[in-house]
Unconditional design. Structure first.
Length: 110
Protein backbone atom coordinates (compact mmCIF):
# COMPACT_ATOMS: atom_id res chain seq x y z
CA UNK A 1 0.00 0.00 0.00
CA UNK A 2 1.20 3.37 -0.90
CA UNK A 3 1.42 6.60 0.98
CA UNK A 4 -1.99 7.85 -0.15
CA UNK A 5 -3.76 4.69 0.96
CA UNK A 6 -2.35 4.99 4.48
CA UNK A 7 -3.04 8.71 4.46
CA UNK A 8 -6.72 8.06 3.59
CA UNK A 9 -7.02 5.35 6.26
CA UNK A 10 -5.52 7.49 9.03
CA UNK A 11 -7.47 10.56 7.96
CA UNK A 12 -10.71 8.56 8.05
CA UNK A 13 -9.82 7.16 11.48
CA UNK A 14 -8.98 10.64 12.76
CA UNK A 15 -12.22 12.13 11.47
CA UNK A 16 -14.21 9.21 12.96
CA UNK A 17 -12.48 9.65 16.33
CA UNK A 18 -13.17 13.38 16.34
CA UNK A 19 -16.80 12.71 15.40
CA UNK A 20 -17.22 10.26 18.28
CA UNK A 21 -15.58 12.71 20.71
CA UNK A 22 -17.90 15.43 19.43
CA UNK A 23 -20.94 13.24 20.02
CA UNK A 24 -19.74 12.41 23.52
CA UNK A 25 -19.16 16.11 24.25
CA UNK A 26 -22.64 16.98 22.94
CA UNK A 27 -24.19 14.28 25.13
CA UNK A 28 -22.33 15.57 28.19
CA UNK A 29 -23.37 19.13 27.40
CA UNK A 30 -27.04 18.09 27.12
CA UNK A 31 -26.85 16.29 30.45
CA UNK A 32 -25.21 19.29 32.08
CA UNK A 33 -27.98 21.53 30.76
CA UNK A 34 -30.58 19.13 32.20
CA UNK A 35 -28.84 19.23 35.57
CA UNK A 36 -28.70 23.04 35.50
CA UNK A 37 -32.41 23.14 34.69
CA UNK A 38 -33.18 20.96 37.70
CA UNK A 39 -30.93 23.08 39.92
CA UNK A 40 -32.78 26.21 38.80
CA UNK A 41 -36.09 24.54 39.64
CA UNK A 42 -34.85 23.49 43.10
CA UNK A 43 -33.21 26.80 44.00
CA UNK A 44 -36.35 28.51 45.44
CA UNK A 45 -37.22 25.43 47.48
CA UNK A 46 -33.70 25.15 48.86
CA UNK A 47 -33.65 28.84 49.78
CA UNK A 48 -36.96 28.42 51.61
CA UNK A 49 -35.57 25.44 53.50
CA UNK A 50 -32.39 27.28 54.41
CA UNK A 51 -34.31 30.30 55.67
CA UNK A 52 -36.58 28.00 57.68
CA UNK A 53 -33.61 26.28 59.31
CA UNK A 54 -31.96 29.57 60.17
CA UNK A 55 -35.07 30.96 61.86
CA UNK A 56 -35.28 30.02 65.48
CA UNK A 57 -38.67 28.69 66.39
CA UNK A 58 -40.21 28.55 69.80
CA UNK A 59 -41.03 25.08 70.96
CA UNK A 60 -44.04 24.55 73.16
CA UNK A 61 -43.65 22.54 76.28
CA UNK A 62 -45.60 19.30 76.04
CA UNK A 63 -48.59 18.86 78.27
CA UNK A 64 -47.87 16.97 81.43
CA UNK A 65 -49.86 13.75 81.40
CA UNK A 66 -49.62 13.38 85.16
CA UNK A 67 -51.70 16.53 85.67
CA UNK A 68 -54.56 15.17 83.54
CA UNK A 69 -57.62 13.57 85.00
CA UNK A 70 -57.01 9.79 85.14
CA UNK A 71 -60.66 9.15 84.25
CA UNK A 72 -60.11 10.82 80.86
CA UNK A 73 -57.05 8.69 80.19
CA UNK A 74 -58.94 5.52 81.22
CA UNK A 75 -61.87 6.47 78.94
CA UNK A 76 -59.55 7.04 76.00
CA UNK A 77 -57.81 3.73 76.71
CA UNK A 78 -61.07 1.79 76.87
CA UNK A 79 -62.25 3.47 73.64
CA UNK A 80 -59.02 2.36 71.98
CA UNK A 81 -59.48 -1.22 73.22
CA UNK A 82 -63.06 -1.31 71.89
CA UNK A 83 -61.89 -0.03 68.47
CA UNK A 84 -59.15 -2.67 68.36
CA UNK A 85 -61.63 -5.41 69.23
CA UNK A 86 -64.03 -4.22 66.50
CA UNK A 87 -61.20 -4.22 63.96
CA UNK A 88 -60.16 -7.71 65.02
CA UNK A 89 -63.72 -9.02 64.69
CA UNK A 90 -64.17 -7.35 61.29
CA UNK A 91 -60.95 -8.95 60.06
CA UNK A 92 -62.08 -12.33 61.36
CA UNK A 93 -65.47 -11.94 59.58
CA UNK A 94 -63.71 -11.06 56.32
CA UNK A 95 -61.45 -14.10 56.63
CA UNK A 96 -64.39 -16.42 57.30
CA UNK A 97 -66.31 -14.93 54.36
CA UNK A 98 -63.34 -15.45 52.05
CA UNK A 99 -62.97 -19.05 53.25
CA UNK A 100 -66.68 -19.71 52.63
CA UNK A 101 -66.28 -18.42 49.06
CA UNK A 102 -63.19 -20.58 48.44
CA UNK A 103 -63.41 -22.74 45.34
CA UNK A 104 -60.63 -25.34 45.17
CA UNK A 105 -60.99 -25.76 41.41
CA UNK A 106 -59.96 -22.12 40.98
CA UNK A 107 -56.97 -22.51 43.24
CA UNK A 108 -53.53 -21.92 41.79
CA UNK A 109 -52.34 -25.10 43.55
CA UNK A 110 -54.85 -27.25 41.70
Amino acid sequence: MGFWAWFCIWTTLGIAALSVLGLIAKSLFNRAMDVLHQINRLEPKVSNLLSATQRKGTAKKPANSIDQDPRLARAAWSKLLVAKAKNRQARQRRLIASLKAFKPEESRFH
